[in-house]
Design a protein around this ligand. Structure first.
Ligand SMILES: NC(=O)c1ccc[n+]([C@@H]2O[C@H](COP(=O)([O-])OP(=O)(O)OC[C@H]3O[C@@H](n4cnc5c(N)ncnc54)[C@H](OP(=O)(O)O)[C@@H]3O)[C@@H](O)[C@H]2O)c1
Length: 292
């Protein structure tokens, strides 16, 4: 599989990486299936695994941890802090490390920073950013990161305030049309040498019927790697197949795909952008949002 540099870290990752939010009971994935999916991903060359303290009350981290116990050296593990305070975030890290059965994580993120107010909380004197730097100094965390899927300007401001090593962003074909991280954020991050991770490739599963082109669209963006969520082995195998034989969409294919996807750009299909959904000025299309 094609590999790409991971920002300025010196690491390189295959273009396909794994998002572990879906390998949980909540998504009808048993523990046995989850461990088989994780092991198959590693066997096929995937190295980068994203999880979070909040996913299914820790079940996602626990399952990643059961594989990490045996295969830690083959895995890059990224997890996240939901708490915006220093002390709260440090407590969450402690729990994450226990569930992940490891004494350090490769990347630790501020989770889902959707507005300037949320960012401000993290940068307050008692804010979570101080937990990040402390944990890095103590060797509990190797790299510091932030995620967001609502407004790219918030993540741009975050990069102005702090030298984050990486940023996890929404990069689906639907995101092309509104508050576009691909258009607004990636040029800024790439100029700074910050690693970027694409997510929401399948629009939380709403693009399952066009998974091939949805994945080829995101892999074709200038991101360092892309995490996909899978809850079955079949989905993983199909996603691996596309990534291993990756061919970017041609210009005409991309245009046709964008046209086909435009009617799906609705608040119902993109709840991660819904906070500002009612503000038509924000629409790049300069038109009313289409109805379903
Ligand atoms: N703010 C944040 O930091 C944040 C927020 C959200 C997610 N994440 C991370 O990003 C990862 C990816 O997001 P996600 O899992 O929510 O969404 P996603 O990758 O857009 O969608 C995953 C879903 O797409 C469908 N799918 C995947 N491969 C498929 C295939 N080959 N054929 C048909 N359908 C397929 C499945 O849906 P069905 O199961 O419905 O069939 C799967 O559960 C998460 O796992 C998580 O690690 C981070």
């Amino acid at each position: 599989m094609e590999t790409r540099p991971f920002g300025s870290t010196g690491e390189h990752f295959p273009i396909l990486s794994f998002g572990a939010q879906r390998i949980v009971d909540e998504h009808d994935c048993t523990e046995e299936q989850a461990l088989a999916i994780l092991n198959r991903a590693i066997d096929r060359g995937v190295r980068y695994f994203d999880t979070a303290w909040v996913y299914s009350y820790g079940q996602s981290e626990e399952r990643v941890g059961k594989v990490a116990r045996e295969r830690r050296d083959e895995m890059w593990i990224a997890t996240k802090a939901w708490d915006r305070t220093r002390d709260g975030a440090l407590r969450q890290l402690e729990e994450s490390l226990t569930r992940l059965q490891t004494d350090y994580v490769d990347e630790w993120r501020l989770h889902n920073i959707w507005s300037r107010e949320e960012l401000e909380k993290c940068f307050a004197p008692d804010g979570a950013i101080h937990a990040m730097t402390q944990a890095r100094e103590e060797g509990l965390v190797r790299y510091v990161s932030i995620s967001g899927h609502t407004d790219p300007q918030v993540q741009i401001e975050a990069l102005e305030r702090f030298p984050f090593d990486s940023v996890l962003i929404a990069a689906s074909v639907l995101d092309h049309f509104i508050y576009s991280f691909a258009e607004e954020f990636l040029p800024v991050a790439n100029a700074k040498g910050v690693a970027t991770i694409g997510m929401k490739v399948f629009g939380l599963g709403r693009l399952g019927h066009v998974y091939d082109r949805a994945l080829r669209y995101t892999l074709g963006l200038p991101v360092s790697t892309t995490i996909v969520g899978c809850s079955t082995m079949e989905q993983l195998e199909n996603d691996l197949e596309i990534a291993e034989n990756f061919v970017p969409l041609s210009g005409p294919e991309r245009l046709a795909f964008l046209r086909e996807m435009l009617p799906l750009v609705t608040p119902q299909n993109m709840p991660w952008k819904a906070k500002d959904w009612n503000n038509p000025v924000a629409w790049k299309l300069r038109a009313e949002p289409p109805t379903v």
